[in-house]
Design a protein around this ligand. Structure first.
Ligand code: SAH
Ligand code: SF4
Length: 352
């Protein structure tokens, strides 16, 4: 199997493709013009096109399904070369608004949620992705191409900025090198030019790898999937807590380099009668004391044969109110795309 051209940073390609000024042209064809054949790279010499074709594939994903939600989000299912599938979601954060004369007043704002692995090793009890076990890591190119495919499919201009969240299938820190490489490829100013400040890594809390990521000082945002405020419940929900408990996560987060205008996000998946009470909210406040944090409450999205339940709106609002009234930034994740089975793993599950 040939590697795909999207697996490489510009620096890596410059080491293998000579003369190296051609690399910028190749990047331009892929990331600005969205071509998916080396033959279409018109300003490259014929011999170089043939050589590239013999050594690399281009665009490693095949789009096999798109589902639209009433709120404007679109969920994608992509097939990989070996037949496995992964999901990504385009979230419309703000709709395009027009002046009376038809000119664009505000451009639409997009966030794309991408996958980093097929399946996941972490095995959280509430997560559908975990059910099928771990299959394999995505290559950097397979991560990068999710954004590329979605931009192309929605005719999103190459220069338009969008936000990226690594919150799809898989644990990004378990695919460390490819994930870091994808961050660099996204942020290349000759490519998609999506600054690390627009990229958020969501992790189940692999403390040692969070520390390693922090040392790289890439400028990315961090989101921690906390979901529980005591180790006993967290262990039940997330077996990874046996290796990295809540305190170990808090300790590394305190050392993580965060942009002074940003906050570390703590995701808290709310499940009825489990972690939706005010005693939990109180404990959460205490745990996050001293951290520039924001909390994102997520409604558990039920699926067939799960023991967990969606919380009531009243309990969710009370939980939020408890935290915000005490000065903690706290939002409730709008269940964008709920009608297209928003939680990752669900589209794939339905299409097996
Ligand atoms: N593995 C990383 C990256 C994203 S996991 C992590 O755990 O942070 C995907 C996200 O979907 C997590 O925030 C997880 O809490 C959430 N999720 C999983 N199952 C869900 C469900 N049934 N309903 C709502 N959110 C869910
Ligand atoms: Fe993996 Fe995240 Fe799902 Fe846990 S919630 S099993 S870490 S994808």
């Amino acid at each position: 199997m040939k590697p795909s051209i999207e697996d490489f940073t510009q620096d890596e390609l410059k080491d293998i493709i000579k003369p190296s000024f051609r690399v910028k042209q190749i990047y331009n064809w892929i990331y600005h013009k969205y071509v998916d054949s080396f033959d279409d790279m018109k300003n490259l010499p014929k011999a170089m096109k043939e050589d590239l074709k013999s050594r690399y594939s281009i665009n490693p994903l095949e789009q096999i399904l798109v589902q639209d939600s009433s709120d404007g989000s679109r969920k994608y299912l992509f097939r990989l070369h070996d037949g496995h599938t992964v999901e990504a979601v385009l979230l419309l954060m703000k709709k395009e608004r027009f002046h009376e004369d038809g000119g664009v007043k505000h451009q639409a704002k997009y966030t794309v949620c991408i996958s980093s692995q097929v399946g996941c090793k972490v095995g959280c009890a509430f997560c559908l992705t975990a059910k099928g076990g771990f299959i394999r890591n995505l290559s950097a190119g397979e991560i990068v191409s999710q954004i590329l495919m979605i931009k192309k499919d929605n005719s999103i201009d190459a220069n338009r900025k969008l936000n990226i969240v690594y919150m799809g299938m898989g644990e990004p820190l378990d695919n460390f090198d490819n994930m870091v490489k994808s961050i660099k490829i996204f942020s290349d100013s000759d490519g998609m030019d999506i600054s690390p400040h627009r990229q958020t890594i969501s992790t189940s809390g692999l403390s040692s790898k969070i520390a390693r990521l922090g040392k790289l000082d890439l400028g990315i945002n961090l989101a921690i999937s906390l979901h529980a405020v005591d180790d006993e419940l967290r262990e039940r929900l997330m077996p990874i807590n046996k290796a990295y408990n809540i305190q170990s996560i808090i300790d590394v987060v305190k050392e993580f380099p965060i942009n002074s205008r940003k906050r570390v996000m703590f995701e808290y998946l709310v499940m009825k009668d489990l972690n939706d009470d005010l005693a939990s909210a109180k404990k959460l406040l205490k745990i996050l004391d001293g951290i520039k944090a924001k909390v994102n409450l997520i409604y558990f999205n039920p699926y067939e044969n799960t023991e967990f339940k969606r919380p009531s709106k009243t309990d969710m609002d009370k939980f939020q109110e408890y935290l915000t009234s005490r000065g903690l930034h706290c939002t409730i994740r709008e269940s964008k795309g709920l009608d297209i089975s928003a939680a990752c793993g669900q589209l794939r599950e339905q299409n097996k």
